[in-house]
Design a protein around this ligand. Structure first.
Ligand code: ASP
Length: 593
């Protein structure tokens, strides 16, 4: 294939127009386009090339009788060759108009062509839907990203990043960077460690989030900080997790929860607008306790109606003073015996006693069931199932254990009948704030309380005294933003006083020595005029995923890793030469030991 290695022959050739942007009004213009050959069709004497760039496609025509040499050269091009063409924009004949293409009314009649590069046959076609394993797409990611759908996703992500900056700058926020190489600290997940060559045996840690630094920026008086920032967590592999992910990280001084909500709501409204959706603000709110009672989960999907505790209406069916819950899924029509058995089995596996035969309950408890129906607002065509706890109370907050199991049954039922009720429309965006989380969660493995959010979260003023005596019932000044059953972000009003922080570390079982070692600099900063402060971090990957209508965050991350943490394109992680290890003073003990 004759292509010139030197591009000098191009002279001062200049791309004058984008392929996707030519319209009927450009008729008669002399244009120079550059892009990728999407398709080529030979019709004896005439070659058609659909030329593609990030803006779309234009049909370019090479007529033998306009210029034989140019036509012959066009015959050589193949899909994904990179070419430049010069020519004139012409209106297409009436029967050649393609109404499905933005540029479908015109074509460019070429007078010159340059082949800028050839291409091996691509591993899959550049179409929206490709029937190919994800591994192949990830190995050839640079080609995969050329597909229109991926271009759309990545461009949307860029537009959202711009909107975030515009919204937050307009609200007086400053974008301030924080280090990627910091100190390992004993909060939350496992750190990724970076060995320090100049001081062998010591390590930096990549940040799980800029949490401590953003708090320090508040101590420094910057008042309103944000960053679109990468975070790193060395967690076990899970389907929709990435070792590195991006947060919209926000912190502000002197806020109440309300001030944080007032900042985030217009931000999210603007982000949705960029993606073409109008969402009403302010967002509704539920406390964690209400979310548990009515959804059995801290990230309710409000597209499906809530469940209702009904032990007051039918105390006979409740067990040991624990909740009896009515689960209501509208528009399912009558459930078959088999479907009811599946619901029952699902609930039983989670410790529930499931009353799946509502007709029978109505015969046995007619008056009470009429009131259950009324409380749920359930129509005749809806599914109603009651569930109680099957055994002994379990956990430090036993009612919650029951609600959680019921919440799972609710979601299972909602999914099961999704085709019938059609409520799980991905474009029905139901945002929600969940507030007042518990301060602590019991960690079975470590047999101790851990921070439900993170150890810098304020406790409710009325619960301060309970920190040492009743940690199970301390509420935090923390909040989550939830969308359709997905947690989009978490935040809190922080502790800004050293004495309170020390109490919380104590409740978490950190010795003074451990607290000093892990967080000494933060504790010390609190002694130098730390203002009250609070903030939030929203997961950018998930937000873009939902707004792009995708179901995996890998579809909106340019170069993601597999669920097993591998980059299939560059083959990372990889071993390194012995010399590099020696420089770092590192010896490998053996794999998996
Ligand atoms: N740093 C927290 C997180 O990554 C968010 C916050 O509290 O602002 O979850």
């Amino acid at each position: 294939m004759e292509t010139s290695l030197a591009l000098d022959f191009l002279g001062d050739l200049r791309r004058t127009h984008n392929c996707g942007e030519l319209r009927a009004a450009d008729e008669g213009k002399h244009v120079c386009l550059m892009g990728w050959v999407h398709r080529r069709r030979d019709h004896g004497g005439v070659v058609f090339v659909d030329l593609r760039d990030r803006y779309g496609l234009t049909q370019v025509v090479f007529h033998e009788d306009i210029d034989q040499a140019v036509h012959n050269r066009a015959e050589l091009v193949r899909p994904e060759y990179v070419i430049a063409v010069e020519g004139e924009v012409k209106q297409r004949g009436a029967n050649a108009i393609n109404p499905n293409l933005a540029t479908g009314e015109i074509e460019v009649v070429a007078t010159r062509i340059w082949i800028l590069n050839d291409s091996r046959t691509p591993p899959f076609p550049m179409e929206d839907q490709v029937d190919v394993a994800e591994e192949v797409r990830l190995k050839y990611r640079y080609v995969d990203l050329r597909r229109p759908r991926m271009q759309h996703n990545i461009i949307l992500r860029s537009q959202i990043s711009l909107a975030i900056r515009q919204s937050l700058y307009a609200q007086g926020f400053l974008e301030i960077e924080t280090p990627f190489m910091g100190r390992s600290s004993p909060e939350g997940a496992r750190d990724y460690l970076v060995p320090c060559r100049l001081n062998p045996g010591t390590f930096y840690a990549l940040p799980q989030s800029p949490q401590i630094f953003k708090q320090l920026l508040m101590v420094s008086g910057f008042e309103k900080y944000f960053q679109i920032v990468r975070c790193f967590r060395d967690e076990d592999f899970r389907a929709d997790r990435q070792a590195e992910f991006t947060q919209i990280d926000i912190e502000m001084s002197f806020p109440q929860q309300e001030r944080v909500f007032e900042t985030v709501e217009p931000l999210v409204e603007r982000i949705c607008e960029v993606a073409g959706y109008k969402v009403p603000i302010p967002f509704p709110r539920l406390t964690y306790a209400e979310a548990m009672r009515h959804y059995g989960i801290d990230k309710p999907d409000r597209r499906v109606p809530p469940m209702h505790p009904v032990e007051d209406l039918v105390p006979e069916l409740a067990n040991q003073g624990l909740p009896l819950v009515a689960i209501h899924i509208p528009g399912t029509g009558p459930a078959s015996r088999k479907e009811r058995d599946e619901l029952k089995a699902f609930g039983q596996e989670r410790g529930l006693r499931v009353y799946d035969d509502f007709k029978r309950l109505e015969r046995d408890f007619p008056a009470a069931m009429a009131r259950v129906r009324e409380r749920c607002g359930a129509a005749d065509n809806d599914l109603l199932v009651l569930a109680a706890w099957g055994g002994e109370p379990k956990g430090h907050r036993p009612e919650e254990t029951v609600y959680q199991a019921c919440g799972q049954l609710r979601l299972f039922s909602a999914q099961k009948f999704a085709d019938r009720h059609k409520l799980l429309d991905p474009q029905n965006f139901q945002f929600l704030w969940v507030t007042d989380f518990p301060m602590f969660e019991w960690n079975e493995e470590e047999n101790r309380w851990t921070a439900a959010h993170h150890p810098f979260t304020s406790v409710h003023d009325e619960d301060l005294e309970k920190l040492a005596t009743d940690p199970a019932h301390c509420r935090a000044k923390s909040y989550d933003l939830v969308l359709n059953g997905v947690e989009l972000g978490s935040g809190s009003i922080r502790i800004h006083r050293r004495d309170v922080q020390a109490k919380v570390f104590a409740a978490l079982g950190f010795s003074e020595e451990e607290a000093r070692k892990g967080f000494g600099y933060l504790m010390e900063a609190m002694e130098y005029g730390a203002p009250p402060h609070g903030g939030i971090a929203l997961g950018l990957d998930r937000l873009v995923m939902i707004l792009a209508g995708e179901s995996s965050i890998r579809e909106v991350i340019p170069f993601p890793k597999t669920a097993r943490g591998a980059d299939l394109m560059s083959d990372a992680p990889s071993t390194v030469p012995e010399r590099q290890l020696r420089e770092l003073g590192i010896a490998i003990r053996g794999h998996g030991k």
